[in-house]
Design a protein around this ligand. Structure first.
Ligand SMILES: [Zn+2]
Length: 272
């Protein structure tokens, strides 16, 4: 029952995420006016705005102009509902769980906008970076400590490592291929995630994302003969994997213990 409630609340928020996905890249307000059909602009009544159920009841068409509603609307609602259940089940209805939930919501929005427009809005990446730093100070357990200052320090370090890794990769790519290879939006996105998840998880994501992007990248290359694929969705996927199993991956692979041994040896006073 609890899962169903979480899923329903999550999918209602997913309906709001759909509004953000549509309006943010078009520079429209996300609060006003209320939801309307993108085709005929007729406002959508509350009873036609119930997640997934309305889509089924209307057979995927606008009630007024009968234009098909994109399948991604219910998909985002379902996905947001499932993410809500997964995050709250794993991390609890705690400050940490809610911050992670907000991060996953942001990643859903970013991924869809990046797929559509190959951009990542600064409102989310830079806004999220600032919010991540503030929340780290307020909820130090995000960074596994009781000290607000240490949490803030780890948050800053996470942001620098996340942004820095992609920035350095971009510089390398520019030098090798003589054209822009890494978008500024991706750099800001990983900086934001680093401020919340810390430097270890964004480093892991840095290595996971290209692996996750490999097969879709090859398909796009062969199918559309284009080298351009939006990287945001793969960074997001890598971040979600890191969020849920990152610690296991680092421990099982021995990377975590190697890092702490090295740090203890070379930087005994620095407990990062
Ligand atoms: Zn319509």
């Amino acid at each position: 029952m609890l899962w169903l409630l979480w899923w329903f609340l999550g999918s209602c928020l997913g309906s709001f995420l759909n509004v953000c996905i549509y309006r943010m890249p078009r520079e429209q307000s996300i609060v006003r006016p209320r939801s309307r059909c993108p085709h005929c602009s007729h406002p959508i009544a509350w009873y036609d705005n119930i997640p997934v159920l309305s889509f089924l009841q209307l057979r995927g068409r606008c009630r007024h102009c009968r234009t098909p509603i994109h399948w991604r609307y219910p998909l985002v609602e379902i996905l947001t509902g499932l993410s809500t259940v997964a995050v709250l089940e794993r991390f609890g209805v705690t400050p940490v769980g809610l911050v992670y939930l907000a991060l996953v919501y942001a990643l859903i929005v970013v991924s869809c906008i990046d797929l559509d427009f190959q951009i990542i809005p600064d409102e989310i990446s830079l806004g999220g970076l600032v919010l991540g730093l503030v929340l780290s100070g307020l909820v130090p357990s995000l960074h596994e400590t009781d000290s607000r200052w240490l949490a803030l320090g780890r948050s800053v370090l996470g942001g620098l490592v996340g942004g820095g890794l992609l920035y350095a990769t971009g510089l390398l790519g520019d030098a090798l291929f003589r054209k822009e290879s890494m978008g500024g939006g991706d750099i800001k996105l990983l900086a934001m995630a680093g401020a919340i998840l810390g430097w270890k998880m964004v480093t892991l994501t840095f290595f996971l994302a290209p692996v996750l992007a490999l097969i879709p990248g090859v398909i796009v290359l062969l199918w559309k003969r284009s080298h351009v694929i939006p990287y945001g969705p793969f960074l997001s996927l890598g971040l979600v994997v890191s969020l849920f199993v990152g610690h296991h991956l680092l421990q099982a692979s021995g990377v975590e213990s190697t890092i702490s041994l090295l740090l203890e040896y070379y930087l005994p006073s620095l407990r990062l």
